[in-house]
Design a binder for this molecule. Structure first.
Ligand code: TYD
Length: 213
């Protein structure tokens, strides 16, 4: 049986990644594709515990390397409990954030050496996705959206990463672009600064042709 395809979804805060992924599922379901959606951090029960620690905006300060190792712990669990077994059954896996987020956030934005992150990934046998879709939007526009969303959801505090300043998120976006430049065939960028439906149309086209190829 052919292995399923592994597709990851990335982007900066407020780029609309999670909403686009939900709408994509409404489209894929009636098409009959066999797939699951997971997310990082938090795709497994253990991962949800790690997620609570990682994203608690009121949590204690942490060393960037400790944070990196927690993201990797979450990923190892997700890979072994969910991603690899599902792909082996011939079912596609769509993952809401994955290792390129670690490279962009902990590497480019937090300043941990990319060489170290890549070396750890190799040693830990972190699977490379078959396709990575990056949702991009102007950094200020994205942060405004993320903050408005928090207000609408009546969240009293911003998420841990939404608290970071413009410069942090600019580095994240720049990081994604550099990573894509190194492996252009794996990445697709979708700009979500304009109409939602137009961006969603692009996601659907990319996914349909990729999953049927
Ligand atoms: P989440 O609520 O899933 O945010 P979003 O909807 O923007 O994806 O929170 C995930 C946060 O964790 C997000 O700010 C990015 C960050 N992150 C990292 O810093 N490193 C990682 O390896 C991953 C997977 C996420």
């Amino acid at each position: 049986m052919p292995r399923g395809k592994f597709v990851t979804f990335e982007g900066i805060e407020g780029a609309g990644k999670t909403t686009h992924l939900e709408h994509l599922c409404h489209y894929l379901d009636p098409c009959g594709f066999r797939y699951i959606v997971t997310r990082e951090p938090g795709g497994t029960a253990f991962g949800r515990e790690i997620r609570n620690i990682l994203l608690d905006p009121l949590g204690p300060p942490r060393h960037p390397l400790g944070e990196l190792l927690l993201y990797l712990a979450d990923r190892i669990q997700d890979l072994n409990e969910v991603i690899r077994p599902t792909l082996a059954k011939g079912i596609h896996v769509l993952c809401d954030r994955y290792h390129d987020a670690t490279r962009a956030y902990q590497g480019f934005a937090r300043g941990i050496s990319l060489e170290l992150i890549d070396r750890l990934a190799e040693q830990l046998d972190i699977l490379t996705p078959d396709l990575t879709i990056i949702f991009e939007v102007d950094v200020m526009q994205g942060l405004d959206r993320a903050r408005n969303r928090n207000q609408q959801d009546k969240q009293e505090t911003e998420g841990r990463f939404e608290r970071e300043d413009y410069e942090f998120h600019r580095k994240v976006l720049e990081g994604y672009r550099v990573l894509a430049g190194k492996e252009p065939s794996r990445f697709r960028f979708i700009n979500t600064g304009g109409k939602f439906d137009e961006a969603q149309h692009q996601v659907r086209n990319i996914m349909k042709s990729f999953l049927t190829s």
